[in-house]
Design a protein around this ligand. Structure first.
Ligand code: DWN
Length: 387
């Protein structure tokens, strides 16, 4: 396939087989009509972007049934409170300024800006309505060039645009970037957080690849994308969340800034060499074998903790059903009483976890390990990591 950013022929390095839509938790009646696609991952040798091949239509993914609510992690609530404080305390936004979050989910971040002129853009009604109930002004649409024009017409341009774990989800990147340029004030700032490709490769976290994560950026590839679209990467912060993330600060191209540091950061990555991705593929296969062996030894006496989108990739790639993992406990009401996509493992309420006292538990939300280990520290659990 050709790169969606620069049109160069890409190189495939990973095939995760037939996969269902990662957050499409379903009921028994829907099993026969379930949608699958082939999940393959590619590297662009020209702009260094990593991207998945086939992607289901965005309307199939982000709609009134979308099941991921940001507020399910206390640590993430705290993380977004801290980001809000950075924005408020660093003169990015004055009290009468305008802040827009694209992919605002259930309003976990923007609720810190009630009292400010704010707007959330969120195409999934399930989470958008939760945000509205919290008093977060939210528009339920897909963001693109056209949406940006309408937002500016009604509200004016934004001083700050925020995207957290959302920009890599948007397949129509050209229209999205043009939209960001329309929406951003001449001296405005765009803050974007996303999983770090470098950390995905270091950790071997192949479960980060699924239909929602279309693109993966290194600092080099993000800088290249900004350059191609006449934007300017000003600065980068390294974050611990979600197994290691990057926070990019960008502006219009004619705004000067601290970009001298970027080159030094890029030197610390080694993500321009295809060999690194081939070696990753080998490690993914080894991880699969090791994980399956461990589950086989426990003879099905194992449960899952957190029905994450990542768990869909693991279960379907390793072909793990109820023979090996009997159920998954999760705190999200919309997932409970349903079955996991593809392999159809029952998802049950976290409330029964205390009474059931399971011994062998696969931690699918390994990215929240600190928070979860602390929460469960009084229990005698044999934690198993899927990656
Ligand atoms: O980019 C994305 C990331 C940030 O979030 C999205 N594409 C979708 C989503 O991915 P995920 O589902 O892998 O996210 P998390 O945050 O690793 O997992 C959330 C799930 O874990 C929810 O279903 C709630 C559950 N959970 C739980 O049951 N108990 C989470 C925590 C912290 C807990 O204690």
């Amino acid at each position: 396939m050709n790169c969606r950013i620069c049109n160069t022929t890409t190189k495939k390095f990973l095939d995760l087989g037939k996969q269902p839509i990662a957050n499409n938790f379903l009921i028994e009646d829907q099993f026969d009509s379930e949608y699958f696609y082939k999940l393959e991952v590619f590297f662009c040798p020209e702009c260094y972007t990593v991207q998945i091949g086939n992607v289901p239509d965005k309307e199939q993914i982000f709609n009134e049934n979308y099941a991921f609510f940001t507020s399910t992690s206390n640590h993430m609530i705290q993380h977004f409170r801290e980001l809000a404080n950075i924005i408020k305390n660093n003169n990015h936004l004055s009290k009468d300024g305008f802040i827009v979050e694209i992919g605002s989910n259930d309003g976990t971040f923007l609720k810190n800006f009630r009292g400010y002129n704010h707007l959330g853009i969120e195409p999934s009604m399930s989470v958008a309505s939760a945000a509205q109930k919290r008093g977060v002004r939210t528009l339920c649409v897909f963001f693109n060039e056209e949406a940006a024009e309408k937002i500016v017409e009604r509200n004016g341009q934004a001083d700050v645009i925020v995207t957290t774990n959302c920009f890599p989800h948007m397949i129509d990147r050209e229209s999205v970037l043009k939209g960001i340029k329309i929406l951003l004030k001449p001296k405005g700032i765009w803050i974007n957080e996303e999983a770090s490709l470098n950390e995905v490769i270091n950790l071997g976290s192949y479960d980060q690849f699924y239909n929602e994560h279309v693109f993966f950026s290194s600092i080099a590839s993000f800088r290249n994308t900004m350059f191609l679209y006449d934007l300017n990467l000003l600065d980068v912060d390294y974050l611990k969340v979600h197994g290691g993330s990057l926070r990019f600060f960008s502006s219009h191209a004619d705004v000067g800034g601290r970009k001298h540091k970027i080159k030094d950061y890029i030197r610390t990555e080694s993500l321009r060499n295809f060999e690194r991705f081939l070696e990753f593929e080998y490690r993914v296969e080894e991880t699969r074998k090791r994980f399956l062996q461990r589950l086989f030894l426990l003879r099905g006496n194992t449960v899952g903790y957190a029905a994450t989108a990542k768990s869909t990739t693991v279960l379907n790639y390793c072909k793990i059903g109820t023979n090996l993992i009997s159920k998954i406990y999760d705190t999200t009401p919309i997932k409970q009483g349903k079955f996991s996509p593809g392999m159809h493992v029952p998802v049950v309420s976290y409330d029964s976890f205390k009474e059931d006292k399971p011994k062998n538990v696969v931690l699918f939300a390994w990215n929240h390990a600190k928070e979860i280990y602390e929460k469960e520290k009084d229990k005698d659990i044999n934690w198993i990591l899927p990656i």
